[in-house]
Every structure is written in structure tokens, then in C-alpha cells.
Design a protein around this ligand. Sequence first.
Ligand SMILES: Cc1cc2nc3c(=O)[nH]c(=O)nc-3n(C[C@H](O)[C@H](O)[C@H](O)COP(=O)(O)OP(=O)(O)OC[C@H]3O[C@@H](n4cnc5c(N)ncnc54)[C@H](O)[C@@H]3O)c2cc1C
Length: 393
Amino acid sequence: MRYDVVVVGSGIAGPIVARNVAKEGYSVLLIDKKPAIGAPKQCAEGINIKVFEKYDIPYDRRFINREIYGAKLYSPSGYELEIRYKDVSGVILERKVFDKMLAFYAARAGADVLARTEALDVIRENGAIKGIKAKHEGELLEIYADVIVAADGVESTIARKAGINTYAPPHEFDSAYEYEMLIEGFDPDMIHLWFGNEIAPRGYVWVFPKDEDRANVGIGINSDNPRTAKYYLDKWLEENKVPAKKLLEINVGVVPVGGFVKELAKDNVVVVGDAARQVNPIHGGGMAEAMEAGTIASKWIVKALEEENLELLKNYTREWWEKDGKRLERVLKIRKAVEKLTDEDLDVFIQVLSGADAEKIAGGDYLEVIKALLKHPKVLMSKRRMALLKELL
Ligand SMILES: Cc1cc2nc3c(=O)[nH]c(=O)nc-3n(C[C@H](O)[C@H](O)[C@H](O)COP(=O)(O)OP(=O)(O)OC[C@H]3O[C@@H](n4cnc5c(N)ncnc54)[C@H](O)[C@@H]3O)c2cc1C
């Protein structure tokens, strides 16, 4: 088999690359090891509404379960911070449908798509990578391609086999555990997030509503924690008297929350999405980042093929670091500061921050917020809080 481009992994990043490159007339093969692309999901399915227009994705009710109007944040002692918009700000997807439709859009743009096809290794000839070895329905395939895209998620093997350094220490990963379940008593127009060192060390508990009385209820914690994410989630459900007997799905996963891959393209191999740890380290969302990286990567793949100069792929690394990498490094700095907050600090910050402040912080645009906080009496009273905030300036 021979293609211009082979894309390994049909989550979010992979099909965006496959669609964009196929649209320009190049031959593309998109493979995924899952028998049904999209299932099982490992996601809370929340995404900002802006992505549909930005990445040219139809706003299709088949994969939009619910429209969301903001977020509610809860501190350890129960203080609440509400960020509510007049208009829809985000949606909760049905990822099983969404991922499959993204692959379908790639197919419709001209890409070939093969489910149940696992990439096993790269093909090397005289030291150069010429393609990948894969297994489709038990049959071994040799797929030759000019460009290989590793979009194979957090456990990515293809980039590593191609010699790209994708190592990050265990501390840069979160463990996530989630029930899709029947749940009542929470405003279904908002996402809900609970913070606290006893509730979710380093992370948070989330309720992302689907329908009026169904939601993804999950947790993310630091993966080097001696206790499991399941332990903390079950404890939260019990303490909040949420009955846990109507569990429709159990989703377990690992979220890369730092240690972004430095070299995103090497020779004719590029790495995108979770495989490159292109995830927002403060909230663990990676779908929008995967779409952005996929868009930048596909632009340079097309240019490299057009000009028959694979050196141009290196521009993907440069452009991503300029556009997204720098911003995400700032967000990582905040996550490291947030890790040091006590429950009392979390109470104070949730009391004094406004919705607009919280939004700026999560996006990495935090300097004005920090400056304002430094003048707040509840911050001025604590030398430690002052020192923590000053670290971020
Ligand atoms: C519990 C949990 C909740 C989350 N909630 C959110 C959220 O609400 N919002 C958000 O934006 N992000 C969320 N994320 C993160 C988000 O799911 C990822 O950032 C996003 O899916 C990354 O997309 P991707 O295409 O890089 O990788 P993936 O979506 O992981 O896709 C990788 C694909 O590669 C395939 N694959 C892997 N190895 C091979 C191989 N050798 N051969 C062939 N195929 C292979 C896999 O089957 C998979 O389909 C969450 C993550 C977890 C774990």
C-alpha cells in the first residue's frame, strides 16, 4: 500500500489532519485500532462552542448532546463562583458519534479510513522511515507513505518508535475516572467543578450534564497519588449523597497535563494531540488543542508535499510553539502554583475572583487578574498567598 500521508489514530487530531490534507488532493490513509471509531470514549465531552466555526466542523445535533451556558465552581467550604453567559458558550458532545463523524468528514474529503487497524511499528529502510507496519483484522499490512502522522493519543508509540522524544515524568499526568450516570439536582445548563485537596488533589470533580438527569461525573487527580481517582470520586459521591447505582458507563483515562513534546516533527514524522501532550494543563481539556495542532500540522504537511521539501515540516514545531506552546507553558506555570494552594486559599480565591477572572486564568491570560488580586485585602493578609501570586508575575 502506498499513500502520500498515513495518519495513525482517529480521535480528534488525526481526522482533522486527514481531512485537511485529503481536501488538497493528496492521498491519505487514516487508521484506528478501535473496531468502531469513537468507542469507547475516554472524555467528559465538554468543548467551547467556538471550535465549530474555527475548525470548519458542522454544528450537528447528532453529536451535540447539550448546550451549556457557563460554569459553576465550588470551593472546599462550599463557596460558589458562577460564570454564566447569555448565549451558549460550550457544548457537551457525544464523542462516540463525534469522533466517527470526524473520520467520516475525512473520508468524504477523499481519505481512506480503516477501523480495527493497529499500527505496530515504523518501516525503516537504510535508516530512513518509509511507512508503518500495521495489523488489520489479523492481516499484516505494510503501508508506505511520504509523511507519517502520530495522532495515537496519550499512549502514543509511533512517535517514540520514530525517534521523537515523547517522555514526560509521571507527575505530568493526571489519572481520570468517570461515570456516565443518572444524576439529579444540578443545573443542567452549566458545567459544575469542585475543588479541594481532600476532594481531588491537584484536580477537580466535574459534573458535565447530558440531558436533564444524565451526566458525565468524573474526577482528575495527580497520577502519582497513593490513592486512586476512583477512591476520591466514590468518596465525593457518598459525601454529597449522590446515589451511584445507575452507572451507564465507566471511563478511565490518563490526561497529560504538562511536559509538552519539544520536537513535533522529525524527518517525515509529525506528532499531534495528546500524543504530543498538547493539552491545557489547568483543566485537562485537549480536544480544542488537538484541533489547533492538527490544523497547523496539516498546513505544513500540504506545503511540504507541494514543494517536495519535507524540511518544511519543522515549521509545524515552530508555529505551534509560537501560537499555542507559549500560552500553554504559561497555563502550566499557573497549574504548578495552584498545586500549592491550601483549602483555605481555594476558599479565599473562589470568594474574591469574578467569573471573568476565572476565565482569563484558565486561558493563560492572567497578569491583570494577579495584579488585582495582589491588592485584595484577603490576599494582603497572607504573606504566603502574596509570595505564590508574585511567582506568577
Ligand atoms: C476522563 C477524561 C475526560 C476528558 N474530558 C475532556 C473534556 O471534557 N474536554 C476536552 O477537550 N478534553 C477532555 N479530555 C481530553 C481529550 O479526551 C483528549 O485531549 C483528546 O481526545 C485528544 O485527542 P487526540 O486525537 O490527540 O487523541 P485521542 O482522542 O486519544 O485519539 C487517539 C486515537 O488513536 C488510536 N490509537 C492509539 N494507538 C493506536 C495504534 N497503535 N494504531 C491505531 N490507532 C491507535 C486510539 O484508538 C484513539 O482513537 C478528557 C480526557 C479524559 C481521559
